[in-house]
Write a protein that binds this ligand. Sequence first.
Ligand code: ATP
Ligand code: MG
Length: 558
Amino acid sequence: MDAAKNMGAEEPRKLNFLEEIIETDLREGKVDSIMTRFPPEPNGYLHLGHAKSICLNFGLAQKYGGKTNLRFDDTNPTKEDTEYVDSIKEDIKWLGFDWAQELYASDYFDQLYQWAEELIIRGLAYVDDQTQEEISRGRGTVDKPGVDSPYRDRTPEENLRLFREMRDGRYADGEKVLRAKIDMAHPNMMFRDPLLYRIKHASHHRTGDKWCIYPMYDYTHGQCDSIEHITHSICTLEFDVHRPLYDWFIRTLGIFPSHQYEFARLNLTYTLMSKRKLLELVQKNYVSGWDDPRMPTLCGVRRRGYTPEALRAFCEKIGVSKRDQLMDIQLLEWCVRQDLNARSNRYMVVQDDPIRLTITNWEPGRVEWFDCPLNPAEPEGAARAVPFTGELLIDRADFMEDAPKKFFRLKPGGEVRLKYTYIIKCEEVVKDGDGKVVELRCTYDPTTGKDGEYRAVKGTIHWVSAPHAKEIEVRLYDRLFTQADMNSIPEGHDYKEYLNPDSLIVVKGYAEPALAQDASGIAVQFERNGYYFRDPDSTEEKLVFNKTTSLKDSYRPE
Ligand code: ATP
Ligand code: MG
């Protein structure tokens, strides 16, 4: 199968439903150009689900010659922080996108306030003194209409005075709210006099102490879209019930007609993508931080060695749907492997508990250097020099004493090729007092080296020269959770019960010397093993590598 072709990007494919809407709107002249936005709340780090939203919003604008704003939805002062703002910007850039303008919902607090006064004056909003519980009780249920608040018939003059007093800090948190006056019996619960403003005496990361009243999401989002002339406001499915209210504010205020469209959020097997839960994992030290390589955050997968190219290919491949679905994380891993297989440099590394391999007919002290391609797909491309000596290390798994017939690696009396170099033969197995194999004494066939005679053997194994080997730390990562569908945990159980105790195993590795000089900036391939990315914990003395993904998997995308 042609792998590159399978990445999807170049393949003509059917338009998705959003592309169809946009093409129709452009064709019919409903819009002149496309404007989208990505609206994160700066209360956590971005995760793979956000990557899907980013690829969609930025990708659609790019495809149709439009623009995308980055707008921080910062209406909740107590949970938000500039640390999150900075990380979000860094992650979007890393994914390969650039926004037209960096904006904040808080930029519009004055305008939103003005519109609230306008609604009050027009008799479409009122100040309610009920407690939160009274308000939610009064809302009714889907089958039962709500009841009017006793404060619903305040005059516009009184409402205006009270609202200004709210703004001026005359009341405590929760003492009063501003509500739209719509219909307490409306079949859509969203219309039963939704909250517009609440009192919160809290410093805001941008507006400081200027405000002690903050607008609610529903009152904010559509109007912000409208101010920015967003043509297609794309969000996840759970907002479909909010859409009529989104339209109501825009229509009532008579402002630019932005429209909202919903798509299915991304769910991945063995993965949780709720910011609240990810924050808990960080705060309670279940992981080392937001950028722990097991986290589904963009900084986590970046540290793991996933590439933006692979993430974009993945988002393209999964497409957009209007129904929630659970995607197989193996598809993402497949995309990562496809990208790294094409681009990553190759090195030989022996892991964990290697076996010493001595070449008995090798002249002591002699070193032979082999030029080996950094990427076998380009045999004439850049090379690295690999030293070969009479004292080598091999992976323990590449030797078997009582080997079955089909075992083509090293066995007593058997032959194998040491990758890029000679064919060797295992002459003697040396064990310690416990019967553990500690050394293999072998001979090499000098006619089989780089200029030597061609001779085929069934097996090839990787190796490193012991005197040249660089000891490294290898962090082997596995799934963070043991259950595929983390969104349907049985009643009475907590998601933390499903943490995989073996999600991180640290072993030693012995690497060929060229690995230390790798300057590719992306994950490298440890030959015959997998892809590994240099961790920022690395020092001059000790390199640390994170396992990105294995080399192969039986998984094949459909
Ligand atoms: P969480 O539920 O994890 O807190 P959120 O939706 O509250 O996420 P926001 O910062 O509000 O996080 O999200 C910014 C944008 O990313 C929104 O438009 C949201 O719909 C979208 N988004 C969030 N999670 C996903 C997901 N899993 N798949 C696709 N889009 C998502
Ligand atoms: Mg949100």
